[in-house]
Ligand binder design. Structure first.
Ligand SMILES: [Zn+2]
Length: 427
């Protein structure tokens, strides 16, 4: 029988239930250590500190990171070309590495000497993986690091792995069945494809496949897809978030109400223009700092936008949670001093079943930004006036901006139209 303790408490429970003050102290201590280390060993980090006119003693707490610039993934490509192979961000000599990964870019990533990063393992445990599980890893083992990170983390947990990689749907189904696989790791769309194909092959949901947990990442997980797979196949699906460079930055627990920050890293939500840290509920870039001595990335920008909550989670973990990823930093548009992004525009439309499409158009009149929300109707509208008023209110709630509403007939918005069309001309 699963006790509450087993179900809810992670392997790293001492850290997972720290109070806010304890967590701040813990992270500040780890931050100070990695800053001293990286300053000495990673020339690119020393340069970053020099540019900010900082020395290691200037970093005493997470708040001090605000003075330090954000390294974006796109910066890495140029820096690696100038200073191969890792742009000077590696904290150990390249000769000592066990693996080198190649991500699109190309960006080269140092693999660890001994895998010690516990963050994915922490997320896997929270998502229901247990020692003894037999797990099929269907992320790519070619060139990129993610499958290896998960593979090593499963071993830390005491699970067995099947390094299945991508594709070979029917062989994968046979393996799931023959080896009585209990855990799946892969994209939501591949999980869906595997299960659909299993049904076509005559397998019976819940009976023929002993799968009980799925750990998905690298793609949006639509709630409708999660609900249908969980109820039809009896599989607990939990998602996680991170990047190939910096590793895990968030994972869902059983409660499914956002992605907990893992313990061994610092996650900041940052205003992309000023670099200042933002508070709960405010949308900004997810910026990570990890304590990995092999590749000590400090203030690394994910390019993704999100917001967090520090309300207590019923699972007992006390870490804050990313509520959801709402878009990419390069898609944001600043209107009347507020950032808006396509995810928010969709979130407005999602509240109205009458709509089948939407777009925001930003213009500038008399040196003032103007915003029009173009709403495409799925069918005839009974009360356009009321719908317009309701939309205006929702726009104000979600975008925190006043905007005009334009109702359009179905098919008016061209396919592939930009979610936010910026038509401002700057003279
Ligand atoms: Zn939780």
């Amino acid at each position: 029988m699963t006790t509450k303790k087993d179900r809810y408490t992670g392997y790293f429970s001492k850290l997972e239930t720290m109070t806010g003050a304890e967590r701040r102290r813990y992270l500040n201590k780890k931050l100070k250590q990695i800053v001293v280390y990286a300053y000495e060993k990673a020339p690119a980090f020393k340069k970053k500190m020099d540019r900010a006119k900082m020395k290691p003693p200037d970093v005493q707490a997470v708040k001090d990171l605000e003075r330090l610039g954000i390294t974006e993934k796109t910066d890495l490509i140029g820096m690696q070309q100038k200073s191969p192979p890792f742009g000077g961000f590696n904290g150990v000599p390249p000769e000592s590495l066990s693996r080198i990964f190649v991500s699109p870019g190309p960006i080269y990533e140092p693999g660890e000497m001994h895998y010690e990063d516990t963050r994915w393992a922490q997320g896997l445990f929270a998502g229901g993986f247990r020692p003894g599980d037999i797990c099929q890893v269907t992320f790519s083992y070619h060139l990129v690091p993610f499958a290896f990170m998960l593979d090593e983390s499963l071993r830390l947990l005491g699970c067995r792995t099947i390094p299945a990689g991508v594709g070979n749907t029917e062989l994968q189904i046979q393996t799931l069945k023959d080896l009585k696989v209990t855990g799946f790791l892969g994209t939501p769309s591949f999980l869906h494809a595997l299960l659909q194909r299993s049904k076509e092959m005559g397998l019976n949901p819940k009976k023929d496949l002993p799968l009980k947990t799925a750990f998905v990442a690298a793609e949006m997980l639509p709630e409708s897809l999660r609900d249908s797979i969980e109820s039809e196949w009896g599989i607990l699906i939990r998602q996680s978030y991170g990047t190939a460079d910096i590793g895990c930055l968030g994972f869902e627990c059983v409660e499914k109400n956002g992605m907990h920050f893992p313990d061994d890293c610092i996650v900041e939500i940052v205003d992309p223009q000023t670099g200042k840290q933002l508070g709960p509920g405010e949308v900004g870039e997810v910026v990570g700092t990890c304590f990995n001595k092999v590749y000590p990335l400090i203030r690394f920008g994910s390019g993704d936008l999100s917001y967090f909550s520090d309300e207590p989670c019923p699972c007992g973990r006390t870490s804050p949670r990313l509520i959801r990823i709402v878009g990419r930093v390069d898609q944001v548009t600043k209107v009347k001093g507020m950032f808006i992004h396509p995810g928010q525009v969709d979130a407005v439309a999602a509240k109205f079943s009458e709509l089948c499409g939407c777009q925001v158009v930003v213009t500038r009149e008399k040196h003032q930004d103007q915003m029009v929300f173009r709403a495409e109707l799925a069918g005839p509208c009974r009360d356009p006036k009321k719908l317009t008023e309701d939309l205006k209110k929702t726009i104000q709630d979600i975008l925190r901006l006043r905007g005009e509403v334009q109702l359009l007939n179905k098919g008016s918005l061209p396919k592939g139209a930009k979610k936010i069309e910026d038509k401002r001309v700057w003279e």
